[in-house]
Design a protein around this ligand. Sequence first.
Ligand code: NAI
Ligand code: MG
Length: 348
Amino acid sequence: MKLRIAVIPGDGIGKEVVAEGLKVLKKLEELSRVSFEFKEYPFGAEHYLKTGETLPDWAIEEFKKFDAIYFGAIGDPRVKPGILERGILLKMRFELDLYVNLRPVKLYHPRLTPLKGKNKIDIVFVRENTEGLYAGAGGFLRKGTPQEIAVQEMINTRFGVERVIRFAFEYAKRSGRKKVTLVDKANVLTYAHDLWERVFAEVSQEYDLETDHYYVDAMAMKMIRSPESFDVVVTPNMFGDILTDLGAEIVGGLGIAASGNINPETTGMFEPVHGSAPDIAGKRIANPLAAILSASMMLEYLNLEKESKWIEEAVKRAIAENKVTPDMNGNLKTYEVGDWVVKFLEVV
Ligand code: NAI
Ligand code: MG
């Protein structure tokens, strides 16, 4: 079976880490029956500065024909913040309707967490990815005056809330997980999150899974105090954005945080959570594990569970043997970590 993957390395370390992810996927082709056809796209800051183009509509149409999209990172100090995020990343999320942002928070080795005495953290965040405060609804009144008003609307549709909550329950069931936790702020957001709570209660009736609920502020505390108590967590767009950064930090940092932007019916886009890191770009010290684990998530999404696990095991071993970059207290270069993961792939 040939799988077609669109590849967007993007800017800065995006290019460096995607190269390592592709190296691992190509090794997998040698070791298993999987085969890939990669097509690379140049979108990102460089391309924008040269052509004025962010992500053209024809590319969106083309992406729809791929099995998945593998993305590095975008961003460049020369481009005004927002142009690339809205023009490329959010455009993909919205126009491909990638309504689930799947972000695992998994501790691969006890030495990676700053939390004392914790050795088991294995949470999967299901973040709503197309609505909430990030839907882009709102505007200015009296802009530029001392009386200026800026309004940012929080969009919650029954359809959008239900499909992401349903995804969380389906995901939990399919992956043998036991509990789904809803995180919201219904005590203050009495309309928007009331809808979330009602839909969550309703959908949970259809599943034989434990459920649980936290307000987002209490959740931030609880994730530090007892992260082991969470399994699958479903939450609105902005809370998911923030809590998963916190999550990344308790399991080893941005260098290892992987993610998927998914629409189960159409396609998925897989990317490390981190950005283009201009401060370390070109130094060959970027941690490629987040990008490699994102490739592993992509394979899981494509129903290649065994191959996905292989990559994860190889990453685990690289961490256990300290074959890692400086951000994880190692002394290897980006491509050396990739080489070790490839080597460990041969023996798992
Ligand atoms: P960033 O994630 O690029 O970097 C934050 C800090 O973490 C930096 O000190 C960086 O060196 C470090 N870091 C990040 N990834 C690392 C890795 N793999 N290995 C080792 N260290 C790593 O976030 P920042 O600095 O806020 O943004 C830089 C640019 O990236 C901006 O233009 C921003 O808009 C863009 N960005 C893009 C994202 C995306 O493409 N999905 C996500 C976040 C930011
Ligand atoms: Mg973020």
